[in-house]
Design a protein around this ligand. Structure first.
Ligand code: TRP
Ligand code: ZN
Length: 486
């Protein structure tokens, strides 16, 4: 989808930062050559020839230099996946329909682990190599700029989640007793399929998921036709027709009890719970419907084909805003967390960040939505909640971390959530309710299914309100100390 390629020379970022990677566009040709020598086909010694047309190993987010890739933009993933829970074995065929954004002699996909059996580009065998979490693909011939092409990757193995995250513990494809819990923010999609694993490249998704009979496969969007069972296995076909960020893709597997219907406003609503959470199914269904309908009046029309949620039996203790199917990891979610994850369908899912440092545009907004829901329900109002947080002493951690610039080694810091939410309340106080709520709707309408940055938000806030807001945003988003006013 419309590329979120940043105006940063990924090559410059890579040098010296990830010197061991060996597949950046400009680092020595020796690295480039070694990266292609262990592919499936003999190396034709073409690295020299390809100079200057190699897609970068990262999409250009300086905080995550090897996440995503350069040189192309994915339009659609067609994922054919089979998973066997007892053996923890995944075998996959990932079809990727993309378009070049430069003449492309070589490009990368993000993939962590697995054995790759073969790669084709436009139906012809391509050479490939693995370096770290990069799958480096060299097509038989250079693909000209602005040209559609297809890639097929055949791979298999035991999916391994990401375990080294400072804020999140484990994420990605996580095996459970009866299936899998798949929650991938920020960069865990690579733990189950090869792709452009960064929010700056949205795509459509087709899933064909085969599991042992009795296991249910849940993915984003809508089920296409009925599941088909043969020979002890069932295949579920799902399709997400709206653009989606890679970290929001899921294939959650297990035993599920499902309730399906429509919200009062007529939006399709699907709730699914692990049998351990049977008692929570009706509450999840009902509350998700009410909150989706309410957000549609506050933020603008619901952007996707259905709403709902999934409670799985993996005790993550956290939730993720998977597109159309927010997922709750091993707990019965209450109002706050459901309000939060459903607000993300607008802020994060429909409107997606181009670079991780702008994460407050997701988490600050979803946190503020919790306060708005509380206010709507006649419980504590946003102003009271804001004041409670503001009373936190000036030496508390939240005032030392400026939420407008999320840090890669501490991305999900509480400040990005709470102080991000407080920023919105400070803004609301400053510009008044009519301008503030017009701003929320205009923001959504302008960037529906697209990409956003903090600069775009602050500019729109000034435009809608007619006020100069630099000092407010500086104090709340960027200053590493407690703001003194709002
Ligand atoms: N975005 C989630 C939230 O606040 C938090 C989160 C980030 C997460 N990465 C995750 C949850 C991975 C589960 C798995 O709503
Ligand atoms: Zn969130």
């Amino acid at each position: 989808m419309a590329s979120g390629r940043l105006a940063v020379a990924a090559t410059a970022v890579l040098i010296g930062t990830f010197g061991t990677l060996g597949c950046s566009a400009s680092s020595g040709e020796s690295a480039a050559t070694s990266a292609v020598t262990d592919g499936a086909l003999p190396d034709a010694g073409t690295a020299q020839l390809h100079k200057g047309r190699i897609g970068a190993a990262g999409i250009g987010d300086p905080d995550f230099p090897t996440d995503g890739n350069g040189g192309y933009d994915v339009d659609r993933y067609r994922l054919k996946l089979a998973y066997d829970p007892p053996a923890k074995h995944l075998s996959g065929m990932a079809g990727i329909e993309a378009r070049t954004t430069q003449d492309l002699s070589r490009f990368n996909l993000d993939l962590s682990g697995f054995k790759v059996a073969g790669v084709t580009v436009n139906g012809a065998a391509a050479r490939f190599a693995r370096t770290g979490d990069e799958l480096v693909v060299t097509p038989a011939k250079t693909i000209p700029n602005k040209t559609a092409f297809t890639v097929e990757v055949t791979y298999s193995g035991e999916p391994k989640p990401v375990r080294d995250s400072s804020n999140l513990g484990t994420y990605g494809f996580i095996p459970t007793s009866d299936g899998a819990f798949v929650a991938c923010e920020p960069n865990g999609a690579k733990t189950w399929f090869p792709g452009n694993d960064h929010p700056a490249d949205k795509a459509r998704y087709d899933f064909e998921i085969t599991v042992p009979e009795g296991v249910t496969a849940l993915a984003n969007g809508e089920l296409v036709g009925d599941p088909v069972t043969a020979g002890g296995k069932t295949t579920f076909t799902w399709r997400e027709t709206h653009p989606m960020v890679s970290y929001l893709a899921t294939m959650t597997l297990g035993r599920f009890e499902i309730r399906e219907g429509k919200t009062a406003a007529g939006i399709k609503n699907v709730a699914a719970v692990d049998p351990r959470y049977s008692g929570s199914l009706d509450n999840l269904y009902t509350l998700s419907g009410k909150i989706t309908d309410y957000w549609s009046t506050v933020f603008g029309p619901y952007p996707f084909s259905s709403t709902g949620g999934v409670i799985d039996n993996f005790s993550a203790g956290y939730a993720l805003e998977n597109q159309t199917k927010p997922m709750y990891g091993g707990f019965n979610p209450g109002d706050d967390v459901i309000a939060h994850e459903l607000a993300h369908q607008w802020f994060g899912d429909s409107l997606s960040i181009r670079r991780w440092k702008d994460l407050w545009l997701n988490e600050g907004f979803a946190t503020y939505a919790e306060w708005l829901w509380s206010e709507h329900k006649g419980n504590a109002g946003a102003d009271r909640i804001f004041r409670t947080h503001y009373a936190t002493p000036a030496d508390a951690a939240i005032w030392k971390y400026a939420p407008g610039r999320a840090k890669p080694d501490d991305l999900f810091n509480g400040s990005v959530y709470t102080r991000g939410g407080m920023t919105l309340h400070a803004l609301r106080q400053r510009i008044g309710d009519p301008a503030f709520f017009t701003l929320l709707k205009t923001w959504n309408a302008q960037h529906k299914y697209g990409y956003v940055t903090t600069e775009e938000f602050t500019a729109l806030a000034e435009k809608v309100s007619g006020k100069q807001l630099d000092s407010l945003f500086d104090a709340w988003l960027f200053a590493p100390q407690k703001p003194t006013s709002w």
